[in-house]
Design a protein around this ligand. Structure first.
Ligand SMILES: Cc1cc2nc3c(=O)[nH]c(=O)nc-3n(C[C@H](O)[C@H](O)[C@H](O)COP(=O)(O)O)c2cc1C
Length: 328
C-alpha cells in the first residue's frame, strides 16, 4: 500500500472480529519495528506478543481498564516498552521511550499495510500487567496494542460504538508546526487531509451494465471522470470543460462489490496529495443508504497546458480554492 494511503487508513477503531491473525503477519510487524531508527542504534524496544491461547492471556485481559474491554476480542495483544539502560542517554535526555515509540509506529503501519486493525492503549493497570507477563522491574511498559481484523461495530456496546463513530479531529498544522521561530505558525499551502469530502450522486443507466448483469468495470472510470468534472464545477467554479486544466494521468481501482442497477451510487472524493504539477484524488463509489463501498479508487491528474502539450506547475488559485473548500 502506498504510504500516504496507509496514513489515511490507520484508525484506532474498537470493533475487532475474532478472525485469527496469521502468525507471519505478526512476524512482519515485529520485523518492521526491528528496522526502526534508534539513538546510537541501541534498539531499546522490547515486545511481548500475547495470543488468544497464551497462558498469560487471561491475566493480561484482567489488567485492561474497563473502558478497554473491547480489546479482549482482539486475537493478539502486543505489549511494547523498554528499559532505560538499554537506550541512549544524551545529556539529560533519555531516548529509550522515543525509540520505542518510533518502533511501535513502524509496527502499527506494517499491520495496516497487511489489512489489520491495530489499536494502541495506555488504559491498563501496571502492577497486574507486570505480574501477568513477568516484566523486569526496570522495564517500562509503554503501550498494549490490540491486533486483529475489523469486526462489526454492531457488536460493540453503545458507548464504545459512539467513540468509534466520533469524527476524527486533529490540531491544525499551524498549531503543531512552526517556521523559523517557536510560535510562528508554519502556514500551510497544501490542502490538508480533509474535514470535508466532496460528494455527488451518479446516474446509472441501463447501458452501463454488461452480460454479467452488473455495471461494467470499465464504466467505473467514466463515473470517476464524472465526479471529477462535478468537483471542478462545484468547488473550483469551472463553468466549461475547457476551464479544467488537468489531464488524467493514472487511475487505480479496487472493485469490492458489483454495482447493480437498483443501487444508489454516490462518488465521494478528496485530494490526498499535491505535487509540483499534479494532484491525487482518493475516491469511493458507495451507496449512501447503507454505506456499502463498491469501489475504492485513486486518480492522479496533471496540470496541463493544452497549447504546448506540456505539464505546468499547479497554480496557486487551484490550491487556494481546494484549501478553502476543504477547511470551510
Ligand atoms: C499511547 C496511546 C495510548 C492510547 N490509549 C488508548 C486507550 O487506552 N483506549 C483507547 O480507546 N484508545 C487509546 N488510544 C487511541 C487514541 O485515542 C487514538 O490514537 C486517537 O484518538 C486518535 O485516533 P486515531 O488513532 O484513530 O487516529 C491510545 C493511543 C496512543 C498512541
Amino acid at each position: 500500500m502506498e504510504f500516504h494511503r496507509l496514513i489515511g487508513e490507520r484508525r484506532s477503531l474498537r470493533a475487532f472480529s475474532q478472525r485469527p491473525v496469521e502468525p507471519e503477519k505478526i512476524e512482519r510487524m515485529l520485523e518492521a519495528a526491528r528496522w526502526s531508527p534508534s539513538c546510537a542504534n541501541r534498539q531499546p524496544w522490547r515486545f511481548v506478543v500475547v495470543g488468544h491461547d497464551a497462558p498469560s492471556r487471561a491475566a493480561v485481559e484482567e489488567a485492561l481498564d474497563p473502558g478497554n474491554a473491547w480489546a479482549k476480542r482482539a486475537p493478539a495483544l502486543i505489549v511494547a516498552g523498554g528499559r532505560r539502560e538499554d537506550g541512549a542517554v544524551v545529556g539529560s535526555r533519555d531516548y529509550f521511550l522515543l525509540d520505542t515509540g518510533m518502533a511501535l509506529m513502524s509496527l502499527l503501519y506494517r499491520a495496516v499495510d497487511q489489512g489489520l486493525l491495530v489499536h494502541p492503549m495506555a488504559g491498563w493497570k501496571e502492577g497486574p500487567l507486570r505480574a501477568a507477563l513477568g516484566l523486569p522491574e526496570d522495564f517500562t511498559p509503554a503501550a498494549v496494542v490490540a491486533v486483529g481484523y475489523v469486526g462489526k461495530s454492531g457488536d460493540l456496546d453503545e458507548a464504545t460504538r459512539k467513540k468509534d463513530e466520533k469524527p476524527r479531529a486533529r490540531k491544525s498544522l499551524g498549531e503543531v508546526a512552526f517556521r523559523s521561530l517557536w510560535g510562528e505558525p508554519f502556514g500551510a499551502t497544501l490542502p490538508a487531509r480533509p474535514a470535508k469530502v466532496y460528494e455527488t450522486e451518479l446516474q446509472l443507466r441501463f447501458g452501463d451494465t454488461d452480460a454479467m448483469g452488473h455495471v461494467n468495470n470499465a464504466k467505473v472510470v467514466t463515473y470517476l471522470e464524472f465526479g471529477r468534472v462535478r468537483f471542478f464545477a462545484d468547488v473550483m467554479g469551472a463553468e466549461r470543460v475547457e476551464d479544467i486544466r488537468f489531464i488524467l494521468a493514472e487511475v487505480s481501482c479496487r472493485y469490492r462489490i458489483p454495482i447493480l442497477l437498483h443501487d444508489r451510487v454516490f462518488v465521494r472524493m478528496h485530494i490526498t496529495d499535491v505535487h509540483r504539477s499534479s494532484f491525487r484524488f482518493r475516491c469511493d463509489l458507495f451507496d449512501p443508504r447503507d454505506g456499502r463501498v463498491f469501489v475504492e479508487a485513486e486518480t492522479v491528474q496533471v496540470m496541463y497546458d493544452y497549447a504546448t502539450g506540456r505539464p505546468v506547475p499547479v497554480d496557486a488559485d487551484f490550491l487556494a480554492k481546494a484549501r478553502e473548500y476543504i477547511c470551510g
